[in-house]
Design a protein around this ligand. Structure first.
Ligand SMILES: [Zn+2]
Ligand SMILES: [Zn+2]
Length: 252
């Protein structure tokens, strides 16, 4: 696995890709399996097929659906009150994509995050070809400050910055604060998770979000409770639409 020195931050990577140094600095190898790829590609075809899925799923919550059902007729979504319009993910949290997401949590795997953020930007543009006209704003799910201290970097923040580079859409990293430390939610039911994250976020100031398409970014959407709580807060500012964007959607 290729890792980048810490000083090669996301901005430098963008500059490198645009400059003539690209073939010197970016090896012509897949960001995931390190096999040789053609210049300009960041993932080989085999990894792309494993990491970016076209499996049939609900267009709202991104959970798998039997292909006999229309993708707007999901029983889970009938039972949930989502404050966002849809979840866009590269695939489900399993197999190679799960491995890639876990790798992305490491601090020095910028190249893999960069490659996956590019696929996310493509997926968003496929779903919303007119995104540029929607005044998109990328909003990473913030960590509580105590977690930030421990890890020194947030995968959501890093993905949001990289997504912004690939798309040109602005990112708001300080617009939302996480004011409650919610801890691990792994063993909790959806209802307990919703209670656990209630009041966890605070919007800083009064940002003008009216008419804008907000893209909430996280690495994985598990139950959707965290993104839903953030969307609930953001909806008060009357955006045009709120989508949740993640590398993977957990299906367990
Ligand atoms: Zn590969
Ligand atoms: Zn659904």
């Amino acid at each position: 696995m290729l890792v980048w020195p810490k000083y090669l931050q996301a901005k430098s990577l963008e500059w490198i890709e645009k400059s003539s140094l690209v073939s010197l600095v970016f090896p012509n190898e897949c960001a995931f399996c390190q096999c040789a790829v053609e210049g300009g590609q960041r993932l080989c075809e085999a990894c792309l097929q494993q990491l970016v899925s076209n499996r049939y799923c609900c267009q709202r919550c991104a959970m798998p659906l039997p292909s006999v059902l229309p993708n707007d007729q999901c029983s889970r979504c009938r039972d949930h009150h989502w404050h966002f319009s849809n979840i866009l993910a590269l695939g489900h949290y399993q197999g190679k994509l799960r491995e890639a997401v876990i790798l992305c949590k490491k601090l020095r795997v910028e190249y893999l995050r960069y490659a996956l953020a590019r696929e996310l930007a493509n997926r968003i543009r496929e779903r919303f070809p007119d995104m540029q006209q929607r005044e998109p704003l990328i909003v990473p799910v913030p960590y509580h400050w105590s977690r930030t201290l421990a890890r020194t970097a947030s995968t959501a923040n890093s993905l949001a910055e990289l997504l912004s580079q690939h798309s040109g859409w602005p990112v708001a990293t300080r617009m939302v604060r996480r004011i409650l430390r919610t801890g691990k939610q792994g063993m909790l039911s959806l209802v307990e998770r919703q209670q656990n994250v209630r009041g966890a976020f605070q919007i800083v100031g009064s940002p003008s979000l009216s008419g804008r398409h907000l893209l909430i970014v996280d690495d994985v959407v598990t139950s959707g409770a965290t993104a839903n709580e953030l969307a609930k807060q953001l909806r008060r500012s009357k955006p045009l639409e709120i989508s949740v964007v993640a590398l993977a959607r957990a299906t367990g």
